[in-house]
Design a protein around this ligand. Structure first.
Ligand code: AMP
Ligand code: ZN
Length: 112
């Protein structure tokens, strides 16, 4: 399948890995938008948040558990933002579900 993040999961494209288990991979974003910016992805190919369903949603909870754990390890006690872009209007550019975690700067709200 021609999916960049599936290739990262398979090790065909290199990444700066932060965490890996059977279900999830976390790696630093190649174009960071904050001093800390990493992505958490399910290893299984789910194209976008719009394809989360009763069959595949368990990994979403696991992703948020992992985000809380990594945030603690990275000392993000001042806060962070978790972002999931969905589709063209949502600004999604890679068609494999991913959660951005951004931290270590003051993040504007609402987003532009
Ligand atoms: P989105 O625009 O929400 O789909 O996010 C895709 C993210 O993937 C962007 O923040 C990109 O900078 C990031 N990205 C694209 N290619 C790579 C890569 N090879 N390694 C790490 N992050 C990447
Ligand atoms: Zn994929």
């Amino acid at each position: 399948m021609d999916c960049l993040f599936c290739k990262i999961v398979a090790g065909e494209v290199p990444s700066n890995k932060l965490y890996e288990d059977d279900d999830l991979l976390a790696f630093y974003d190649i174009d960071p938008q904050a001093p800390v910016h990493f992505l958490v992805i399910p290893k299984a190919h789910i194209p976008s948040p719009a394809q989360i369903d009763a069959q595949n949603c368990e990994v979403v909870g696991k992703a948020f558990c992992l985000i809380a754990k990594l945030a603690q390890e990275l000392h993000l006690e001042n806060g962070y933002r978790v972002v999931t872009n969905c589709g063209a209007d949502g600004g999604q550019t890679v068609g494999h579900l991913h959660f951005h975690v951004l931290a270590k700067r003051n993040l504007a709200w609402p987003p532009g």
